[in-house]
Ligand binder design. Sequence first.
Ligand SMILES: NC(=O)c1ccc[n+]([C@@H]2O[C@H](COP(=O)([O-])OP(=O)(O)OC[C@H]3O[C@@H](n4cnc5c(N)ncnc54)[C@H](O)[C@@H]3O)[C@@H](O)[C@H]2O)c1
Length: 246
Amino acid sequence: MGRLDGKIAWVTGAGSGIGAATARLFAREGAIVAVNDLNEAGGKQVVDEIRKAGGRADFILGSVTDKETIQQVVERLASQYGRLDILVNNAGVLRDAMMAKMTEEQWDTVINTHLKGSWLCAKAALEVMKDQGSGVITNTSSTSARGNIGQVNYSTAKAGIWGLTKTLALEYGRYGIRVNAVAPGFIATPMTEQIPDQLKERAIAAIPLRKIGQPEDVANLHLFLASDEAAYITGQIIYVDGGVKI
Ligand SMILES: NC(=O)c1ccc[n+]([C@@H]2O[C@H](COP(=O)([O-])OP(=O)(O)OC[C@H]3O[C@@H](n4cnc5c(N)ncnc54)[C@H](O)[C@@H]3O)[C@@H](O)[C@H]2O)c1
């Protein structure tokens, strides 16, 4: 018996890193997964891997900032399965720069992808979830929500995820819908692989568990929050950061 048997799940940014690990884990636990990403090669590879392992998944190409893509995902799931049980808002990008040098394009790209994208996907998913009287959304914040030099766009978006998560939990609890967020620290994915070794070593020294996290460490929390084991947990921001405190 899988922990998500028969559940229909939509994972954004599932073609890489944490999203890919989450999609694979959800499928292993019995969910049917809509793997959504801008990156066609990555997304299709994740779907192939899931199918080869005996799981069920479909790839849906498109951006979380694009209402048409979002509508397509929801319509496809509604027509194929008649329901949507889980949304994992995971898609993300970095456009780091110090405040003085940050362009409006860098600000908009990051705010639109993380914050507006999560809001748009949640809005579409909640319509279906409200009608069916159940559902789970897990958003993605970050330890950077507490402030991080060179990331005013990203920190602001990830802090905004707090408000999104807590407000949706308050508004939708009465409909049997739970909304939480994971807040990863330093996780080994393509997003962080460009960080120079010297900076990585400094970061590891400041992590009480003295190591960088793996995508599966975050996927495991997404799984717990999406599962019925978390049936009485909503409105929470939960850190997966090796114990970092800043
Ligand atoms: N890796 C870390 O250390 C870390 C730490 C804290 C938070 N996070 C967050 O975790 C999430 C996943 O990050 P990751 O490290 O796996 O990154 P990643 O770069 O490996 O994967 C992100 C995926 O999102 C996709 N994506 C980007 N913009 C998109 C859009 N508009 N629509 C659809 N898909 C889009 C990318 O194509 C990519 O496949 C992000 O929200 C990130 O901010 C990561």
